[in-house]
Design a protein around this ligand. Structure first.
Ligand SMILES: C[S@@+](CC[C@H](N)C(=O)[O-])C[C@H]1O[C@@H](n2cnc3c(N)ncnc32)[C@H](O)[C@@H]1O
Length: 323
């Protein structure tokens, strides 16, 4: 049967060819003539939470979106442009192991699209490989199989189109791209020591609290992070102005450790006596835009538990003027 409209005609063009049409032109065509999907899609019939690039990780309570129908998503679509979805509807947007699958220039395009979809104050949750951690891991062993394993994580499984890693990120780049897309109040920490777990808020202030190498997320129930003898905490500030930052840390030591903490960087140099019970420490810093690295190093005896855990840390950061 001959197609009766431009969307139907477009629906017959394989998606990999449709994706070659520049994003702006595609959006303009969809706005003018409708989406080239085979069936009308009703966003109101689905949850107001998104799981973008869902792959086989389809989540109940989310609208699961993927480029490929073989994953069985609720919506087949390209996360860089989702004109079938309304602006400002989604209270939570998950994109786990997705950003690195987009070409370098498309990261900001996708983040801008996810910001369009976000409801006021919506939470964005990303997981993205950390290139410096992968390189540190690579250097741990001069063994070809070890290098192969790490490079697999660096460049992706490469099983099909959309499964290749086409871009790389660091904590500074992630924060910068998020701030440019008007996400803020970022908090991120390393998962399995090489993946950033990132949380950001739509419209939040351009500040990131980054629990860097040395910190391990609590396995059960979340909460403060554990560290061995030393760990790095970074603050990423967006914009172009120097800002006063209020950093509140909740610190404690392992029950079997006997440690004191030395905190240096960002103009701070402090020695903190740790106790078993968490105590709050309020710190003021004047930050330049970009990244400020704080080094937290213990002196004394860590817990002799195989992982030599020394202290726990949790906390938050805020731009003082805006707090
Ligand atoms: C590594 S998998 C992650 C799957 C899932 N989020 C998880 O954490 O298990 C990456 C997924 O992103 C999808 N993907 C890649 N590029 C995409 C795009 N432009 N639009 C939508 N999905 C995309 C791939 O099809 C794949 O399912």
């Amino acid at each position: 049967m001959a197609p009766t409209s431009l969307p139907k005609l477009a629906g017959r063009v394989p998606q990999r060819w449709r994706r070659r049409v520049p994003m702006r032109l595609r959006n303009a065509l969809v706005a003018r003539f409708g989406h080239p999907g085979d069936e009308p899609f009703d966003p109101a019939a689905h949850p107001a939470r998104l799981n973008l690039g869902c792959g086989y990780d389809k989540r109940a309570g989310y609208l699961n979106v993927d480029l490929h129908g073989f994953h069985g998503p609720d919506l087949v679509g390209d996360v860089r442009s989702l004109p079938a979805l309304p602006s400002g509807r989604y209270t939570e947007i998950v994109a786990q192991d997705v950003l690195e699958h987009l070409e370098r220039a498309d990261g900001p395009v996708a983040l801008a699209e996810w910001r369009r979809l976000a409801a006021p104050g919506a939470r964005l949750r990303l997981r993205v490989p950390d290139l410096p951690s992968l390189l540190r891991w690579l250097r741990e062993k001069d063994d070809p199989d070890h290098h192969r394993r790490v490079l697999h994580h660096m460049f992706g499984t490469q099983a099909y189109n959309g499964d290749f890693h086409l871009s790389g990120y660091t904590e500074l780049l992630l924060c910068d791209e998020l701030f440019r897309a008007d996400f803020g109040d970022v908090e991120m920490g390393l998962h399995d020591e090489w993946l950033w777990d990132v949380e950001a808020t739509a419209g939040g202030s351009p500040l990131g609290l980054v629990w860097g190498p040395g910190f391990h997320a609590a396995e059960v129930g979340g909460g403060p992070r554990w560290a061995a003898e030393s760990a790095e905490l970074c603050l990423c500030l967006g914009g172009e102005r120097r800002e006063e930052i209020a950093l509140t840390l909740s610190l404690s030591r392992h029950a079997d450790a006997d440690t004191t903490l030395q905190l240096t960087g960002g103009g701070l140099e402090q020695r903190i006596e740790l106790t078993e019970q968490p105590t709050e420490h309020s710190l003021q810093l004047a930050l330049q835009p970009g990244v400020t690295r704080l080094s937290l190093t213990t002196e004394g005896r860590p817990a002799d538990d195989g992982r030599r855990l020394a202290f726990r840390a949790g906390g938050e950061a805020a731009i003082a003027a805006l707090a």
